[in-house]
Design a protein around this ligand. Structure first.
Ligand code: F0G
Length: 455
């Protein structure tokens, strides 16, 4: 059969809010044109994030009922630990309440002022946690990522030449290097095993550990199976094991490829790293056998991690993203290519050629999509990554993107047909998208709370 179907049927439904344009105009104005400030009940299709927004399976819901809520050494913890060890092979495993808690403790225990942490591209919480302790988060994306419209494979790779140069210059100030799979800020693009292996070889010569930001490890593994020579016949779990075997540790948000609504973990091999991590974990997250999660969450994550590695699931997941991407390409809508593992990224600058970076085209596009169909995406452009100096001068971001992230197992093909129609309508009338200006902003992470005004 050619048709790739959702490899599940639906046993419980949740009503979607259906709103009128008039109503949306009112809501958007009240939210100061910032879609983060809208109520979810005013949104029809919510593509703000793929984090914690997925649907759990019947097996996960059943596992929840098996949660052992013992404070220490629960059965659920053992199941969680066993599953993660089976996939990652790491010696030490620590649950955390979500990915950024793992990042925070890792940064607090391993970094000091003046240190440098290279990565293909840091996610914003990873960057913020590194900067919070006075260290530098250094992005080294592959030059392949430079052309966002080229159909090049593995644009998520880390730039090995740049990494070698940084290691030669800064060896003493690099406590560890990271690789983010898939590279979220770089368009959800995957990292090849060849690239991870080569980065590990460079780092190993200098004794620098490699930490995988593994949030979307299963989606990345599927890209390796599809694209990397020699892996077509490998199972996803074998590919994932090979990815983890090249690393010394991993941070994970189980809200992505854990198919859970909350949770995360940190894993590593080094006893000293583990000892320091454990001590701070107890102080701020909880005892090391629950780490800020309920026993039932540990159960749901253990099942979710296994389901994320099912080939039928990944085939469907990638087909859904590809479905939206290919239809936008046919309609001439500029997007980052190839389609990412968890999202389609629209090139808002190309979408709105009449607007410049100082007009925040990503804000114009997110608001237009909301007004058209109650669809919520997120700006990844000069609001999120640009800088505002004290005198109000704006330094724009290198790109103006709008991310449409796919919650896992939530929306069906007709939901995406609806999204395509909304984008198509907005694209036809794109010359009418107004410029926006910021009327109020916070000194950091301004995108969450900024107020905008058109004109
Ligand atoms: N690393 C990456 C690559 C991420 O995409 C995220 C979260 C995190 C770490 C942090 O994990 O949210 O569990 O603390 N990304 C979400 C997103 C929020 O919308 O892309 P967390």
């Amino acid at each position: 059969m050619r048709t790739i179907i959702e490899p599940f049927r639906i046993k419980m439904t949740e009503a979607l809010p259906i709103t009128t344009r008039e109503n949306r105009e009112e809501r958007l104005k009240a939210a100061h044109y910032n879609v983060f400030l809208l109520d979810a009940e005013d949104i029809t299709i919510d593509l703000l994030t793929d984090s914690g927004t997925g649907a759990m399976s019947d097996r996960q819901w059943a596992a929840l009922m098996m949660g052992d809520e013992s404070y220490a050494g629960s059965r659920s913890w053992r199941r969680f630990e066993k599953t993660i060890r089976n996939i990652t092979g790491f010696k030490h495993i620590f649950p955390t309440h979500q990915g950024r808690a793992a990042e925070r403790i890792l940064a607090a225990t391993r970094l000091k002022r003046g240190d440098i942490v290279p990565n293909n591209s840091h996610f914003d919480t990873t960057r913020a946690n590194i900067e919070y302790v006075g260290a530098t988060a250094l992005d080294l994306p592959s030059p392949k990522a430079g052309d966002i419209h080229a159909e090049t494979r593995f644009k998520g790779d880390i730039d090995l030449t740049a990494l070698e140069r940084v290691i030669a210059r800064e060896r003493k100030t690099i406590p560890f290097c990271m690789i983010t799979a898939t590279n979220n800020t770089g368009g959800g693009q995957p990292v090849s095993l060849g690239n991870i292996r080569a980065a590990k070889a460079l780092l190993a010569k200098q004794g620098i550990p490699l930490v995988l930001d593994a949030c979307r490890f299963a989606e990345n593994a599927y890209f390796i199976k599809l694209w990397e020579e020699g892996y077509a016949d490998h199972s996803l779990i074998d590919i994932a094991r090979e990815m983890f075997s090249l690393c010394d540790g991993a941070t994970m948000s189980a809200k992505k490829d854990g198919l859970a609504n909350i949770g995360g973990f940190f894993a590593c091999n080094d006893d000293r790293w583990a000892e320091d991590f454990r001590n701070l974990l107890i102080l701020t997250e909880g005892f090391p056998t629950y780490g800020g999660l309920a026993g039932r969450d540990l159960e749901a994550i253990a099942v979710g991690l296994e389901e994320a590695l099912e080939e039928e699931y990944q085939r469907y997941r990638h087909a859904t993203v590809e479905y939206l991407a290919s239809r936008l390409i046919t309609r001439g809508v500029p997007i980052v290519r190839p389609a990412g593992g968890h999202a389609v990224f629209i090139d808002a600058a190309g979408f709105c050629p009449h607007l410049s970076a100082k007009d925040f085209p990503g804000v114009g596009l997110t608001t237009a999509l909301y007004l058209e169909g109650g669809v919520r995406g997120v700006e990844l452009g000069s609001v999120m990554f640009g800088r505002c100096a004290e005198d109000g001068t704006e330094t724009p971001a290198p790109r103006e993107l709008v991310r449409l992230a796919f919650p896992r197992r939530v929306y069906t093909q007709s939901h995406f047909d609806y999204v395509i129609e909304a984008i198509e309508n907005v694209f036809r009338e794109r010359a009418a998208i107004p410029p926006f200006r910021i009327v109020r902003q916070a000194p950091f992470l301004r995108h969450f709370t900024a107020h905008f005004a058109p004109g």
